[in-house]
Design a protein around this ligand. Structure first.
Ligand code: GLU
Length: 500
């Protein structure tokens, strides 16, 4: 059977990086199996709906290159893919399930239920309590029909029968067992006619012919209810296979990674920046922090999955080829931000200059740096071994775009002595007149000059570096000079001398 998987986020805010990992695993599995990857928006909980969240999800998926084959914004034959556009579909199935004897109508008002909860600390609507409540299991059939037709508000609840072990064959966890006696009679259809997550999720997985459900561990308890729903509808033969992904843990200490950890540990925990209503609900994303999407993908892929062996850098194709659900771990995966940074460094280093330049362009423009494409490509080429984030190109490497602001005084103090100032002045005059101004020619002429003066390269080259970049950590000095050009190079050599 053709593999069909779905990523089914609820638009309740910015999509957490864990959600992106879920999408990634679904995507990798689909690609590997020649299957279909679907984006379904689960927005039936109108109370938690946040405007902008759906667009955010779509933009985030596009940024990391996980483009769905079908789904909201991507077309497909099984739509609509937004659950709020499918309201009528669920109603029919809810009534169907009542007719099949696996669900019932309930007329208890929110106030009545609240009173009950106040009176009984651990009140649950279940096989023990339902006979004493106001529902279709207790009321005469005719009364139920009458109340519905006169427009009384009602919900539909799943009728969970006690005394059964519900066995889930999880592809990651193996056999997971839930006792039906411990499950409550979940609401499936709410009084406003909207389905709950449980009903909509199951009906859509069925109608969209989903073969594998790959989702976060937090959904595992719901799966017990879902199995009962599949059985109730008589769909057990086409029930998808379940895989519940391990939690993502905080970088240090216990507990799962939360959105607050971003601020706490100074790292992004969302793919893209999100501007919420309050400062507290606003977050910086991996994109805005200067990550390459492919580095994020590689990092996320290994957050819970590893094929064994030492390989850590995986191209998209390699990920697709080696991905397998069996190699996903059961226990929590620690979010190691240092690792994310090291992936980014490696991906930046390996990226071609022209693509890097196009990513750095807006960052440079925001700083007011206006240079040609050719200049920018060369500049990023010189710097790319030395940066972790895209911003570093214009922050650490600002001196490729504007005059040096501060000099490494410690090195200067050691080296700016004796004859050196006058030798340096002479070199400056020479540089202004060298016949060829490119890196190899400059290197040759400057080294010759150093020899003639009976000095060592270490007496002059560090000073040249500092004149051009302010620091000893900059790129190769002659390459830098070539890029800056003769005029700017001479200006900087003079600037170092003035006032010294
Ligand atoms: N709407 C659920 C969520 O927000 C979907 C869980 C699932 O994949 O079934 O994650």
């Amino acid at each position: 059977m053709a593999v069909r998987v779905r990523f089914a986020p609820s638009p309740t805010g910015a999509l957490h990086i864990g959600g992106v990992r879920t999408a990634l695993y679904n995507y990798l599995f689909a690609r590997q199996q020649g299957g279909t990857f679907i984006l379904r928006i689960e927005d039936t909980d109108q109370g938690r709906y946040v405007p902008g969240a759906e667009d955010y999800i779509i933009e985030a998926l596009k940024w990391v290159g996980l483009v769905p084959d079908e789904g909201v914004g991507f077309g497909g034959n099984d739509g609509p893919y937004r659950q709020s556009d499918r309201k009528e579909i669920y109603q029919k199935y809810a009534h169907d399930l009542v007719a099949r004897g696996h669900a019932y109508y309930a007329f208890d008002t929110p106030i009545e239920l609240e009173e009950r909860r106040q009176a009984e600390e651990h009140f649950t609507y279940n096989h023990l309590t339902r006979d004493g409540l106001n529902n279709g299991l207790v009321l005469e059939h005719a009364v139920v029909q009458q109340r519905i037709s006169q427009g009384d508000p009602f919900v539909v609840r799943l009728k969970v029968m006690p005394g059964r072990s519900i066995i889930i064959q999880d592809l990651i966890r193996g056999e997971v067992v839930f006792e039906s006696s411990e499950l409550d009679d979940k609401v499936l259809l709410k009084a406003d006619g909207m389905p709950t997550y449980h009903l909509a999720n199951i009906v859509d997985d069925h109608l969209m012919r989903i073969t594998h459900v790959i989702r976060g561990e937090e959904w595992l308890p719901s799966t017990a209810h879902h199995v009962l729903l599949y059985e109730g509808f008589g769909w057990q033969d086409t029930m998808p296979k379940f895989s519940h992904l391990p939690l993502i843990m905080k970088p240090v200490g216990n507990g799962k990674l939360s959105k607050r950890d971003g601020a706490k540990f100074g790292m992004p925990v969302f793919p893209l920046s999100w501007k919420g209503e309050t400062e507290d609900d606003s977050f910086e994303g991996f994109r805005e922090a200067g990550f390459l999407p492919e580095a994020v993908v590689n990092f996320l892929a290994l957050l819970g999955w590893h094929p064994g062996g030492d390989q850590e850098i995986f191209s998209r194709e390699e990920l697709i080829k080696s991905f397998s659900i069996e190699h996903i771990g059961k226990s929590g995966a620690r979010f190691d931000y240092e690792k994310a940074k090291s992936f980014n460094q490696k991906y930046i280093h390996a990226k071609d200059n022209v693509s890097l330049a196009s990513m750095v362009r807006p960052i440079a423009a925001a700083k007011g740096y206006q240079v040609s494409d050719e200049y920018l490509s060369k500049a990023v080429g010189l710097m790319k071994e030395r940066v972790t984030f895209l911003q570093d190109f214009v922050e650490t490497g600002y001196y490729l775009f504007e005059p040096v602001k501060t000099y490494d005084e410690e090195t200067l103090q050691k080296r700016w002595n004796g004859d050196i100032p006058s030798v340096f002045a002479e070199l400056t005059r020479k540089v202004a007149t060298f016949e060829h101004f490119n890196a190899p020619a400059l290197e040759e002429s400057v080294k010759l000059f150093i020899q003639e003066k009976q000095l060592k390269p270490g007496d002059i080259l560090p000073l040249l570096r500092i004149a051009l970049a302010g620091t000893m950590k900059g790129p190769a000095v002659f390459e830098m000079a070539e890029l800056l050009g003769r005029e700017e190079t001479v200006t900087r050599l003079k600037a170092l001398q003035s006032g010294r």
